[in-house]
Design a protein around this ligand. Structure first.
Ligand code: NDP
Length: 254
């Protein structure tokens, strides 16, 4: 019994990170980079088999990685994941709301062509699920000495840059995706305000335009670099920012 308690104390001293949509892409690489810092990684995946394969890969690289069945738009999955983290670790140090979808093409007259279904489905994953995941895990994040929440947004969520003719994203309009990430950014600001005076920091990340299934091969950034912003914001020190929007340490216009 004493030994089991000892093991539990030892395990809770290690940092625990949960990353949604971590079976591939930027989420998977973020898991790898955080795991190599000695952080225990819970790889969220809506398809458990894909999550397990990803966890096996990371274990071979020396990372303490475990797969968690987590479709972020399914309340039962979120509840089960919360209970399992509570039972096994009793806290969560890092929550990365990374799962995301882009269901429409970029560019063109997307305000008139995008379907209401696409708008709703995009918001469900990119915005509402980040709110419900955060609400579910907040009690466990409050038990951490230094809780960190990273909302994986996009420069395409920047209202200021979309409004500025000539900005790098001015022509890259995709209403459902862009608006969902702008809403996510609003959530970051509001949540940071709510969490003022706590040890928890929350920030929005723009990974860059990254070579993934979403970013396509046309993207200029390799995944190894695309994960860096999430990793930085997940491991901010006590003097780090909260309520900001960053890409590789540089602030981005809201
Ligand atoms: P990928 O398409 O490679 O990966 C997306 C991940 O999200 C997959 O693991 C996918 O799971 C998962 N996912 C989607 N819906 C759900 C859901 N309902 N529940 C759980 N997981 C889900 O994309 P990226 O790695 O490129 O994107 C990661 C994040 O970075 C996203 O939030 C994206 O918007 C953002 N981003 C990406 C950019 C880029 O250039 N790549 C640029 C700016 C932001 P599955 O494998 O089952 O589909």
């Amino acid at each position: 019994m004493a030994r089991r308690n000892e093991e539990r104390v030892m395990s809770t001293e290690k940092k625990i990170a949960l990353i949604s949509g971590a079976n591939k892409g930027i989420g998977f690489e973020t898991a790898r980079q955080l795991g190599k810092q000695g952080i225990t990684i819970l790889l969220g995946a809506r398809d458990l088999a894909k999550g397990q394969a990803a966890a096996e890969q990371l274990k071979k690289e020396g990372v303490d990685a475990r797969a968690v069945k987590l479709d972020v738009v399914k309340p039962d999955d979120v509840k089960a994941a919360t209970e399992s983290v509570a039972n096994e670790f009793g806290k969560l140090d890092i929550l990365i709301n990374n799962a995301g979808v882009m269901l429409e093409p970029i560019g063109g007259n997307t305000t008139t062509t995008v379907s209401e279904e696409t708008l709703r489905d995009t918001f469900e994953t990119n915005f509402f699920s980040a709110v419900s995941m955060t609400n579910a895990f907040l009690p466990l994040l409050k038990k951490s000495d230094a809780g960190r929440i990273v909302n994986v947004s996009s420069i395409l969520g920047s209202l200021a840059l979309h409004a500025a003719e000539g900005s790098p994203i001015y022509e890259a309009k995709a209403l459902a995706y862009d608006a969902s990430k702008a809403a996510l950014n609003a959530y970051t600001i509001h949540l940071a305000h709510d969490l003022k005076g706590t040890k928890i920091k929350v920030n929005s990340a723009h990974p860059g335009w990254v070579k993934t299934d979403m970013g396509t091969d046309a993207a200029p950034m390799e995944i190894v670099d695309g994960a860096k912003t999430e990793v930085q914001l997940a491991t901010l020190g006590a003097d780090g920012p909260t309520g900001g929007f960053f890409h590789l340490g540089e602030a981005i216009s809201w």
